[in-house]
Design a protein around this ligand. Structure first.
Ligand SMILES: [Ca+2]
Ligand SMILES: [Ca+2]
Length: 371
């Protein structure tokens, strides 16, 4: 399309009268015409008439509303006195909003609610509006009715008293948040530090189990060493240029805390018998038994072979003990390999080995006592 000379000179004169901001807006429309939708459609019905003497809508409360693709937002609309009349305290003021979200020139979507007027001053009506899903920011026709004591149902009606505001809303694209954890498999040990890094917006608020743990700021990282098993970490990314924000998908953390729940107990055995030392533990998948031959001063790892079996399990078997192992001490180290947790060390249990003659004497003594 070409402008003729007359139109061009009129257009130049128009531009000269306007400030730089208008130029920027115009340039923006020219250069972004493919990434911005305008959906007024055919003009909806004429707005009808109203009497400005009565309660009026605060236009700034409509102009500042944020609408984001596919999201439901609460829209707070101010109601104040008219040019000459003011309602009494307790009077109900109804606001109905109409939208033409399918762009056919007919308002097909409406919401309404009321507030109780406070004299002097006014009140606010909160309305939840679900914006259509858009792929580019898109502008829609909308209309607000304000009436006293009863809501309107006809967007094209003329009002005896109250207010009618025609306005447009722009449905913007919410940011697409990204959240990554410094731990590749999100499985950590109790007390480990993890850093979560967010992207997709220009301000971020972090949450653990839905509670805010780091307030909205330009900081896009959150570091904690206080996570518990099953904690869910999310971020809400805000695009400050259009006011839209979006919560991220949660990152669910597995926090392992390897803990011994049952300690090994001292064992007394006859030479030649097998002896079993046992531990029980939670959050553990790795066991390493150790022996001390010097009364518990030093310990060294033991491995499966003729002397031992089960050295990497919860139950250590000392095979066919001989009297040389009398007073040896055994303990287990436990951990969880899936997060390289530090070892938890059990108490040391003492092995006492008796020879057969002693065993025989004990049996005799035992019988004597029982009789
Ligand atoms: Ca429509
Ligand atoms: Ca890990």
């Amino acid at each position: 399309m070409y402008l003729n000379l007359d139109n061009q000179s009129k257009f130049s004169a128009f531009l000269k009268k306007r400030n730089y901001a208008v130029l920027l807006v115009f340039a923006s429309i020219l250069f972004h015409s493919n990434s911005f939708g305008q959906c007024p459609g055919p003009g909806p019905c004429a707005p009808g008439t109203f009497d400005p003497a009565f309660e009026q809508i605060d236009p700034s409360s409509i102009a500042g509303a944020v609408f984001c693709s596919g999201q439901t937002r609460t829209f707070t609309i101010g109601v104040g006195p008219g040019t000459t009349n003011e309602a009494a305290t307790g009077d109900l003021e109804y606001i109905t909003l109409y939208f033409d979200f399918d762009c056919d020139g007919v308002f097909e979507y409406s919401v309404n609610d009321s507030c109780s007027y406070v004299n002097p001053g006014g009140c606010n009506v909160d309305l939840s509006v679900t914006a259509p899903t858009v792929t580019v920011p898109t502008t829609y026709n909308a209309r607000a009715h304000l009436v006293y004591n009863t809501p309107t149902t006809d967007p094209c009606a003329a009002l005896t008293w109250g207010d009618i505001e025609d306005f447009t809303i722009t449905v913007n694209l919410p940011p697409v948040p990204v959240l990554i954890s410094s731990d590749t498999d999100n499985t950590i040990c109790d007390g480990d530090s993890v850093t979560f890094t967010a992207g997709g917006g220009d301000e971020y608020e972090f949450f653990v189990n839905g509670s805010s743990v780091q307030s909205l700021s330009t900081t896009n990282t959150y570091t904690t060493s206080g996570l518990s098993d099953g904690d869910s970490v999310t971020v809400t990314a805000l695009d400050t240029s259009n006011g839209c924000d979006t919560p991220s998908s949660p990152i669910s953390m597995t926090v392992l805390d390897p803990t011994l729940t049952t300690q090994p107990v001292d064992q007394t055995s006859f030479a030649g018998s097998n002896v079993v030392f046992s531990v029980a533990a939670s959050d553990v998948d790795t066991y390493q038994w150790q022996v001390s031959t010097d009364g518990g001063t030093t310990f060294s790892d033991i491995f499966n072979g003729p002397e031992y079996s089960g050295t990497g399990t919860a139950n250590l078997t000392v095979n066919s003990v001989d009297v040389n192992k009398n007073n040896y001490r055994y303990r287990a180290l436990v951990t969880n390999s899936s997060a390289s947790c530090p070892y938890e060390t059990s108490m040391a249990a003492i092995l006492t080995v008796r020879v057969r003659t002693v065993v025989t004497n004990r049996r005799i003594t035992h019988r004597v006592k029982k009789n």
